[in-house]
Design a protein around this ligand. Structure first.
Ligand SMILES: Nc1nc2c(ncn2[C@@H]2O[C@H](COP(=O)(O)OP(=O)(O)OP(=O)(O)O)[C@@H](O)[C@H]2O)c(=O)[nH]1
Length: 447
C-alpha cells in the first residue's frame, strides 16, 4: 500500500520587527566575542589513519543494516508459519505448545504428537512443532523453521542441546530466534532471580545477536504457564515479520504434517519388513514444484515425482471480507497426527472427525428435577420390578422371590414344609413367628 507522507510546514524565522532585530544584534555580539577564544584546530583532521578508521567503521555499520532486496514470492494465501520449539528434555516444550494453542484457539490439546496447525489471525496460520533432541531432527528443522522458540531452563542454565542447535543454524543462516526462560519459579530469592535473568540474557545475546528477544515464564498455575505471559508471547508471534532464508526462497519444500500407511495389512502380517506404501501430506512452501521432478526425503532417499494433486486446504484461513477478530469457529486447530481436526482430505475421500464435545452438545435438554428425571428413566413397570425382587425376612434365612407366593399372595414355604407347622389354610405359624403373617409379608414386599 502506498503511504502518503504529509510534509510538515517548516518554521519561518522572523526577518523583520523588534524580535528579529534583537536576535541579529545578539548574533553579531557573540561572533565578535568568541573570535579570540575559538580553536580553529578543534575539528580539523588530526590523524589521517584515525580518520580512515572512523570512516570505515561508519560505513561498515551502514552496510550491515542493508538487506539484499529479495523477490517476494509469497502467495496470496501463504502456508502456515513454522514455529519450532527447541530445548533440552523436560524444559517445558510440550507445555508451552499446549499453552499457546489454548491461547489462540481456546482448545485444550492433550498430548502433542506431530505438527499442530492453527489459524491465529485473519491472514496468518501457525504450525507448531517440537524438536526432538537428536541431530537429524535438528538439522531438518533448522533448515525449514521460520521462527525458533529456544527454551532455556533458568534453574540449570544453557545446556548442550541449545548450543548444538545454534551451531546447526549457522549452516543455512539463522532463522528468527526467540529465547524463553522457564523454571523461574524455582528461585526463592528475588536477588538471585534478577541476577540469573541478567546473566542468561547477556549469554543469549552473545550467542544469537545483541538485543535478541528473551521471554520470561515466571511459573506455573495448575500445570500451565501464566495466561498473561503466554498471551504476550502469542501476540508477539502473531505480528512478527519473517525474512525467509535464502535456502527457503530458492527451493520448493514440504513439511509433512500427516502420514498414512497404505500397505496391505495382510502383506505386513506375513512379512513385517515388507516395503511400505505411504502417503505424505503437507503444505508446499518455498518456490513452485515441478512435475516429473525429483524429491529428497531425509533419511529415505531420492525419488521421482510421478504426479501432483491439489487437495482442499484442511485448515483454511477465514474469508477475505473479515471484520475485526476471528470468531470461535474460525479459530481452527489441525493436528492430524494427534487425531485432531475437523476434515481430513484424501485424494478420493473426505473423513469427518466428530469431537466428543460435539456429541455431548447434541444431547436432549432434560428436566432438572430429580423426581421427574427418575420417572423418565423408568423403563419397567412396578409389577415387573416386584416380580423380579427378592427379600429375606431374617438375616441368615433364604431369600424369597415371587415364586415363593401363591395366587392369593400367601407364602409357599420351601424352608418350612407343612409338616413343620405352617398350615396352608391358616397361613400362620403355630408357635414362634407371629410376624410372618400375610399382612406383614405384603407390606415388606412393597417396600
Ligand atoms: N516448576 C516448573 N515446572 C515446569 C516449568 N515448565 C515445565 N515444567 C514441568 O516440567 C515437566 C516437563 O514438561 P514438558 O512440557 O513435558 O517438557 P518437555 O520439554 O516437553 O519434555 P520432553 O518432551 O520429555 O523433552 C512438566 O511436569 C512441567 O509441569 C516451569 O516453568 N516451572
Amino acid at each position: 500500500m502506498e503511504r502518503k507522507i504529509k510534509k510538515q510546514k517548516q518554521h519561518q524565522h522572523k526577518q523583520s520587527g523588534p524580535k528579529a532585530e534583537k536576535k541579529k544584534l545578539k548574533k553579531q555580539e557573540s561572533s565578535t566575542e568568541n573570535e579570540g577564544r575559538r580553536n580553529p584546530k578543534a575539528f580539523a583532521v588530526q590523524s589521517a589513519v584515525r580518520m580512515a578508521k572512523t570512516f570505515h567503521r561508519a560505513q561498515d555499520l551502514k552496510t550491515k543494516k542493508h538487506h539484499i532486496p529479495g523477490v517476494d514470492r509469497t502467495p496470496s494465501e501463504p502456508p502456515p508459519v513454522l514455529i519450532v520449539v527447541v530445548g533440552p528434555p523436560k524444559v517445558g516444550k510440550s507445555t508451552l505448545i499446549r499453552c499457546l494453542i489454548k491461547n489462540f484457539t481456546r482448545q485444550k490439546l492433550g498430548e502433542i504428537c506431530g505438527p499442530v496447525t492453527i489459524v491465529s489471525g485473519k491472514t496468518r496460520r501457525l504450525t507448531f512443532m517440537e524438536c526432538n533432541n537428536d541431530i537429524n531432527t535438528m538439522i531438518d528443522l533448522a533448515k525449514v523453521a521460520d521462527l525458533v522458540l529456544m527454551l532455556i531452563d533458568a534453574s540449570f542454565g544453557f545446556e548442550m542441546e541449545t548450543f548444538e542447535f545454534l551451531n546447526i543454524c549457522q549452516v543455512h543462516g539463522f532463522p528468527r530466534i526467540m529465547g524463553v526462560l522457564t523454571h523461574l519459579d524455582s528461585f526463592k530469592n528475588n536477588k538471585t532471580l534478577r541476577k540469573t535473568k541478567k546473566t542468561l540474557k547477556h549469554r543469549f545475546w552473545t550467542e544469537v545477536y545483541q538485543g535478541a528477544k528473551l521471554f520470561y515464564l515466571s511459573g506455573m498455575v495448575y500445570g500451565e504457564y501464566q495466561t498473561q505471559e503466554v498471551k504476550n508471547l502469542g501476540r508477539f508471534i502473531s505480528v512478527m515479520k519473517f525474512h525467509p532464508l535464502v535456502w527457503q526462497t530458492n527451493h520448493p519444500y514440504f513439511l509433512v504434517d500427516r502420514m498414512e500407511d497404505l500397505t496391505d495389512p495382510e502383506r505386513l502380517r506375513t512379512d513385517p519388513k515388507n516395503d511400505r506404501t505411504v502417503s505424505l501430506y503437507g503444505y508446499l512452501r518455498g518456490t513452485h514444484m515441478k512435475n516429473q521432478g525429483q524429491v529428497h526425503i531425509p533419511g529415505v532417499g531420492d525419488f521421482h515425482v510421478t504426479d501432483i494433486n491439489f487437495l482442499p486446504d484442511p485448515c483454511p484461513l477465514p474469508d477475505a471480507q473479515k471484520k475485526r477478530a476471528l470468531n470461535e469457529k474460525e479459530r481452527l486447530l489441525y493436528a492430524p497426527m494427534a487425531g485432531v481436526g475437523g476434515l481430513v482430505y484424501d485424494k478420493d475421500a473426505v473423513y469427518i472427525d466428530l469431537p466428543a464435545n460435539y456429541i455431548n452438545q447434541q444431547e436432549e435438554v432434560r428436566p432438572t428435577t430429580e423426581l421427574v428425571q427418575s420417572l423418565i428413566d423408568t423403563h419397567t413397570t412396578l409389577d415387573v420390578k416386584i416380580a423380579k425382587s427378592k427379600m429375606s425376612v431374617f438375616k441368615d434365612s433364604t431369600t424369597l422371590d415371587s415364586t415363593g407366593f401363591d395366587k392369593q399372595n400367601r407364602i409357599v414355604s420351601r424352608r418350612f414344609p407343612e409338616s413343620q407347622g405352617l398350615t396352608p389354610d391358616k397361613q400362620q405359624w403355630q408357635g414362634k413367628t407371629p410376624f410372618l403373617q400375610e399382612e406383614t409379608l405384603s407390606r415388606t414386599r412393597l417396600m
